[in-house]
Design a protein around this ligand. Structure first.
Ligand SMILES: Nc1ncnc2c1ncn2[C@@H]1O[C@H](COP(=O)(O)OP(=O)(O)OP(=O)(O)O)[C@@H](O)[C@H]1O
Length: 316
């Protein structure tokens, strides 16, 4: 399989003057063409920063310290302004939690789609593609007239208008109620599958990720600490953090299981971590975990950044 996206040793720091936060601390990720991958982790683990970095959409307070991002063979951080605009237009689509914020409030939906499509496309067929009933009526609406689910479908139609190679979805269903969430999820994944578009789905929702994504990458403290097939990562975790996260997610638990939150709080790093960032919360931590940064271990079908991964899986 060809890598569509490669993120290598990416470190990003936010510097607001009085405070520095190292949001990514050497993150690695590879996504193959056509693959659907869920990125999960507690709040603050760096998911959104990673997603934004792929499109070089980091705010001005963020600095890339080390590392690289390649998308469709192009080195994202080396592209000139015109090159990154072309890459975003032709190769990348984004959908965010708040779709209204990504739409122009003063322009009808149809006109916004027309602007993205140029002379070639018919906005109505793109609204129909995301299964919006009565596309003609929706095309004449302004963003504030759309419901949450409709707005997310419009945002998806715009993001998918140019058949991107990669769709980055940053919690697009988090603000929707359960039934609409399921419908929007179905539309996102089926439209992307029809177009052969890969999905990077950033989420807190382990259940949705387990059902929809072929692979899962688990983030903690700005690194991808476990990566592998969704069923294996969530069903037989190789990293103690993934195991704790899976136990904490209500719908992941089997009937009768006692639910337990991940004890302790996630870190906010000010500098590169010297050891494993999960060490203060890890029930299996030993001395070296605080001092040595874990390297990648291949355990069964998974890759895990844990000194003890092989030993713990063998013992379980
Ligand atoms: N614009 C910003 N300025 C300063 N710090 C930021 C900024 N954006 C994110 N951070 C910090 O960077 C770290 C990673 O945040 P990020 O939003 O990437 O994580 P996340 O996993 O997406 O969290 P969530 O699930 O809550 O969206 C956090 O400590 C966060 O507070």
């Amino acid at each position: 399989m060809t890598a569509l996206l490669e993120v290598r040793d990416l470190a990003v720091e936010y510097d607001s003057g009085e405070r520095r936060v190292r949001a990514l601390d050497g993150a690695d990720l590879t996504v193959a063409a056509g693959e659907t991958i869920g990125i999960v982790g507690e709040s603050g683990s760096g998911k959104s920063t990673l997603g934004s970095a792929v499109g070089r959409l980091l705010p001005s307070t963020a600095n890339r310290v080390t590392g690289d991002v390649w998308l469709a063979g192009e080195r994202v951080f080396d592209l000139p302004p015109a090159g990154i605009r072309r890459l975003r237009r032709e190769r990348l689509g984004f959908v965010f939690q708040d779709p209204i914020a990504s739409l122009d409030p003063t322009m009808r939906v149809g006109k916004q789609l027309k602007l993205v499509l140029g002379s070639k496309g018919d906005p109505l067929s793109h609204l129909d593609r995301v299964r919006l009933a009565n596309p003609g009526r929706v095309a004449r609406m302004y963003p504030h007239q759309l419901s949450g689910g409709m707005a997310q479908r419009v945002a998806l139609a715009i993001a998918m208008a140019c058949q991107p190679r990669l769709l980055i979805a940053d919690e697009p269903t988090a603000a929707l109620d359960a039934q609409v969430r399921e419908e929007v999820l179905e539309v996102v994944f089926s439209v992307a599958a029809e177009a052969g578009t890969s999905i990077v789905w950033l989420s807190h929702d382990l259940t949705a990720v387990a059902r929809r994504c072929s692979r899962v990458a688990v983030m903690y403290g700005g690194r991808v600490v476990e990566d592998g097939p969704a069923a294996d990562v969530l069903g037989q975790p190789a990293h103690p953090y993934t195991a704790a996260l899976a136990r904490s997610a209500p719908a992941m638990a089997s009937l009768g299981d006692r639910l337990s939150p991940v004890p302790g709080r996630p870190p906010v790093l000010a500098e590169a971590s010297h050891g494993c960032a999960f060490e203060p919360r890890c029930p299996y931590a030993e001395e070296r975990c605080a001092k040595e940064r874990p390297e990648l271990h291949v355990v069964r079908t998974q890759e895990a950044l844990c000194h003890r991964a092989t030993e713990l899986v063998t013992a379980s």
